[in-house]
Design a binder for this molecule. Sequence first.
Ligand code: PMP
Length: 443
Amino acid sequence: GPVDGPAWTGSSTAAFEHATAVIPGGVNSPVRAYGSVGGTPRFLASAAGAHVTDVDGRTYVDLVGSWGPALLGHAHPEVVDAVQRAAARGLGFGAPTTTEVELVDEVRARVPAAERVRLVSTGTEATMTALRLARAWTGRDKVVKFAGCYHGHVDALLAQAGSGVATLALPGSAGVTAAVAAETIVVPYNDLDALRTAFAEHGGSIAAVITEAAPANMGVVPPLPGFNRELRRLTSEHGALLVQDEVLTGFRVGPAGWWGLEGAAEQWAPDLLTFGKVIGGGLPVAAVGGRADVMDQLAPLGPVYQAGTLSGNPVATAAGLATLRLADGDVYARVDAAAARLRREVSGALVQAGVPHAIQWAGSLFSIVFGERAAAEGARDYAGVQASEHWRYAPFFHALLDAGVLAPPSAFEAWFLSAAHDDEVLDRVVEALPGAARAAAEA
Ligand code: PMP
């Protein structure tokens, strides 16, 4: 089990040295490199329930959850069994399977607005396809996104922050052409006036507004009351589609994702939704779904081309199906309760150590923003998060890590809990919090 004090990381260090010689930055997805917190990324060997074990044999309470998929906890026996049985029948066929249809039925039962669903392998593919559909449907080119929202590494969606209103974004990543970047309008999150201005200036050419249903990729920045509903109204008014990206929130913050907590109650729905993470239970499945008339523009029915060798893969969809079938009301209640307790405990420890902060949360997702200003006002957009004392996170993170708790290795990511995070597991985190809070105070 976990031990206190800085751990021996010899095997991770050696693996990372090797990896950096052969893989750019030593990682296959940038945030894994501990760039903003420093130190040696732990190479993981296995995971079970609420714990992960690194190649040096040390076990940590895991608060990353594979960045979202591990809603039930890692390696749930029934999910592993479903995967093993599917694998034994063949790893992939490139032909339709009944498992895919069952998974789509499960999605539609939870989110009726997903009248039609196309399965893909990554969230990036899902949002890319959603944009292509929106452009084809409207005959328009421009897309509005919000600063600080992440929708995968789609060229048009990498534009991050442009200050000001309805800014035509410059390339947010090298290698994105100026022509593509010019089609993206970046607006501050939670800023309806900025969005209205964008529509006033470019309304006739805006194909879609894409938003995280509840942003959790700049840390958690919940939508202000009525924000999403107004997005729905404004897009309809201007003939643009509303794309709600639920890759992260979908099937995690509730049985029907964020839409189930908000749109369902208020009786509105986006035109298109994207899903990922939990829908694949840890294997590569994602999806785009929405209005039948829009979705039926996809090939082979319509003129919008989209395809994938691995799309609807039988092993991956078996993992997703088993996960969703196990994710009942009790699971969501446990995840919510674990998150509520941990939010309280984190905040309590920071108060005790005299660290001004706010805990921002959306459903079971939460993150910390540090500083007096954050404590007073919270952060309602990316600029607010950037203006916080985020440097306090690195020492906080490392104190937790040394005590056997693996939090997300970035201040700008949400913490992920699972149904396996019971009180005994959380006790372990709670023991580690005072030291981490003191480290944050001293930063
Ligand atoms: N949208 C959101 C809201 C996400 O959180 C992510 C991944 N973190 C993506 C899209 C991209 O998904 P993927 O990494 O599977 O391409």
